[in-house]
Write a protein of this length. Structure first.
Length: 158
């Protein structure tokens, strides 16, 4: 695998030159700005501080991918998003569902095969979606958290 081989089939990219995806490149600055603002606003909360730093990392890695567009920067972009997702999942399990650290870690581990199943299902029924099929597992996860959280809250109110 040649890590610095150019990729030109993603988003609005039509060539391999540096500024071929100006909209995607520029929108990543919002991740960085919001990440800094959240870091300052939530400084006392360790989980929020970590998630804020990971937002900054997503903005930086995604900017690199959408300007240089090669395999190495695609890996960095994807890794930063996965890292944020795993951290969020762990934190949501602890904070919203009151799971122990152990159960929250198990939830993150279970999410990995869940993601593969969702990704392969999306690719089978819809297509590869330029490599974005994986992100549907997060959408399904957020809906699942929403329903589980509401079920727990109903039982706790009674």
């Amino acid at each position: 695998m040649v890590f610095f081989q150019s990729i030109d089939i993603y988003c609005e990219r039509q060539s391999i030159i540096f500024w071929s995806e100006p909209i995607n490149a520029l929108t990543n600055f919002f991740f960085i700005i919001i990440g800094f603002l959240l870091f300052i606003k939530t400084f006392q909360d360790k989980l929020c501080k970590l998630l804020s730093l990971e937002l900054i990392l997503i903005g930086f890695c995604s900017f690199l991918f959408h300007t240089f567009a090669n395999i190495a920067t695609a890996i960095l972009d994807t890794f930063s998003i996965i890292l944020f997702g795993f951290t969020y999942l762990f934190g949501a399990n602890v904070r919203f569902l009151n799971f122990s650290y152990f159960l929250s870690t198990i939830g993150v581990i279970i999410f990995i095969p869940f993601s593969f199943i969702v990704t392969f299902s999306i690719q089978f029924f819809i297509g590869h979606i330029n490599g974005s099929a994986f992100y549907f597992s997060y959408i399904f996860l957020f809906f699942l958290h929403f329903f589980i959280f509401n079920i727990f809250n109903r039982f706790n109110k009674k």
